[in-house]
Design a protein around this ligand. Structure first.
Ligand code: PPE
Length: 307
């Protein structure tokens, strides 16, 4: 259960958690045309707190809405401030931030007409997405029977609520079959992404990740590419078949929620030594240093705030 907090930012105001309610004829509830973000705040090594790449996440939220033809009635600055205000109101030195833009009630039918565009920002504590053990030892994943979206069926560059039906199907199937997470292939059969993560493989010290054709351009993915290159690794963005996964020395997922989660098994085939590989471990350590303010080179990515 998500931990109940004090306040939720709702259309520009902080309201008590239990009062953040909508009507059952909310358009997005029926048709899925809404957009959201997932952002993390970390308590830094110096005791201060910082939100990781906050402004970029809000820009992506606005882009996601624009792709769907939704006009958000708040500026980027107002939403950024809303995120910080909510964390403060909830007394959180760290945690997860979930802005959601949705179409309110009014007319029914797929054409949303002039229904209001509404915005909420919720925050709550969220530990390791796939468990603490997963971060250390890795997870078991399967190739999903569900294909990832075709670029002209869903708008894959929009973090759109409806896109996640595909993720829910894949994840539920994977868990029911005893796995921790699903890997989805694209409609051509190449590896796309996890239900809520981008994916990387390592072989012979070369790091590969699928290109941004039909996957979300994750900020964690971007951070890891930059970091790996800075550490001297060759990073290739190229199509990856599932067989390339099977013979990888290492594989890992990246995402705001998942952070850097090693993959120790794919479709019952052990990956490398069957635990977190050395390059994954190095990138994971360096990623945590960045988000916790220990690497000054990446200080621009941190939005500090005081609780
Ligand atoms: N692909 C998908 C499909 C995805 O949902 C995410 C984030 C990513 C890639 C990684 O993007 P980024 O967070 O910018 O590195 N998934 C969010 C939602 C997870 C959820 O279960 O809810 C997240 O990690 O916050």
């Amino acid at each position: 259960m998500v931990q109940k907090m004090e306040k939720i930012w709702f259309d520009g105001k902080l309201v008590p958690w239990d009062e953040a309610q909508v009507h059952v004829l909310t358009h997005t509830l029926h048709y899925g045309a809404g957009v959201f973000e997932g952002i993390r705040a970390y308590e830094c090594v110096d005791g201060r707190s910082a939100v990781y790449r906050l402004e970029e996440h809000i820009d992506r939220l606005i882009d996601s809405a624009h792709i769907l033809g939704m006009k958000i009635p708040f500026s980027a600055e107002e939403i950024v401030k809303g995120c910080i205000d909510t964390l403060k109101a909830n007394g959180q030195k760290n945690g997860y931030i979930r802005p959601l833009v949705f179409i309110g009630d009014g007319v029914m039918g797929v054409h949303p007409g002039d229904n209001p565009i509404r915005v909420i920002i919720a925050t709550w504590p969220w530990g390791a997405y796939l468990g603490e053990e997963a971060l250390k030892k890795g997870i078991r994943v399967c190739t999903s029977t569900y294909a990832r979206h075709h670029v002209n069926v869903m708008m894959t560059k929009s973090k759109c609520c409806g896109n996640y039906v595909n993720s829910v199907l894949a994840k539920t199937e994977a868990v029911a079959n005893g796995y921790n997470e699903a890997i989805m292939l694209d409609t051509q059969g190449y590896v796309a992404e996890g239900s809520g993560e981008n994916i990387f493989v390592v072989r012979d010290d070369i790091i590969k990740t699928p290109p941004l054709g039909n996957v979300l351009g994750g900020f964690t993915r971007d951070s890891i590419i930059m970091l790996a290159q800075e550490l001297g690794y060759e990073v290739r963005e190229e199509p990856i078949g599932r067989d390339t996964l099977y013979i990888a020395d290492e594989a890992f997922f990246t995402g705001t929620a998942a952070e850097v989660t090693p993959i120790r098994e794919v479709d019952r085939r052990q990956i490398g030594e069957g635990t977190c590989g050395p390059i994954t471990s190095l990138l994971q350590d360096e990623y945590f240093k960045i988000v916790k303010g220990e690497n000054e080179d990446y200080g621009d990515w941190l939005h500090y705030y005081e609780v």
